[in-house]
Design a protein around this ligand. Structure first.
Ligand SMILES: [Zn+2]
Length: 184
């Protein structure tokens, strides 16, 4: 049985977990979800528990993110775990502050720019481009891990030459009313 200090009883008591459906408004968006409330078994007062509050926030803020077409905390976490990265490494790779991914995974709402970057990074080819331009900033241990995690054939990434676009020649000939145009 989980015990916690109750400020009402001024001593430690067993806590009771209750599920409750609650509705809130976050920045003009109505959100709802089933959250967990901790109650003191002795007096019935609600007990604050930091870890539980984070979980509840995540449920409600994910509903906000879903309704505003933003990646949810779960989706961000799944993307990061798919690459086998720590929160700090993914943040660094995307050029975010060190704790930024941690905050997003805990429910904090990302701005649109960060959301787009994370969406792009969830596609492996994009992720590899980010890593390629950034890999000097990481330890060889991290780089080896990324190399092992990504299954994409190397050629798709490492043979990419942005300059090749300049060498393309256009051979299209336009015919105008059956009359061949020399200028085109
Ligand atoms: Zn109590």
């Amino acid at each position: 049985m989980r015990k916690q200090y109750c400020y009402n009883c001024q001593r430690e008591h067993t806590i009771k977990e209750v599920k409750e459906f609650r509705e809130y408004t976050i920045k003009d968006t109505k959100v709802s979800g089933e959250i967990t409330i901790f109650l003191c078994k002795n007096c019935g007062e609600e007990i604050y528990n930091k870890e539980n509050e984070i979980n509840n926030d995540r449920i409600l803020f994910d509903d906000y993110k879903r309704k505003n077409n933003l990646m949810t905390s779960q989706e961000i976490k799944a993307m990061r775990e798919n690459y086998g990265l720590s929160q700090a490494v993914l943040a660094k790779l995307l050029g975010f502050g060190e704790k930024t991914i941690t905050r997003y995974e805990n429910g904090a709402i990302q701005d649109k720019t960060h959301d787009l970057l994370m969406r792009l990074a969830s596609v492996e080819t994009n992720f590899l481009q980010l890593w390629e331009t950034n890999k000097n900033n990481f330890s060889s241990r991290v780089n080896d891990k990324i190399k092992k995690t990504i299954t994409l054939p190397e050629a798709q990434v490492f043979d990419y030459k942005p300059d090749s676009i300049n060498t393309v020649t256009y051979n299209t000939k336009i015919k105008n009313g059956g009359v061949y145009c020399e200028r085109c």
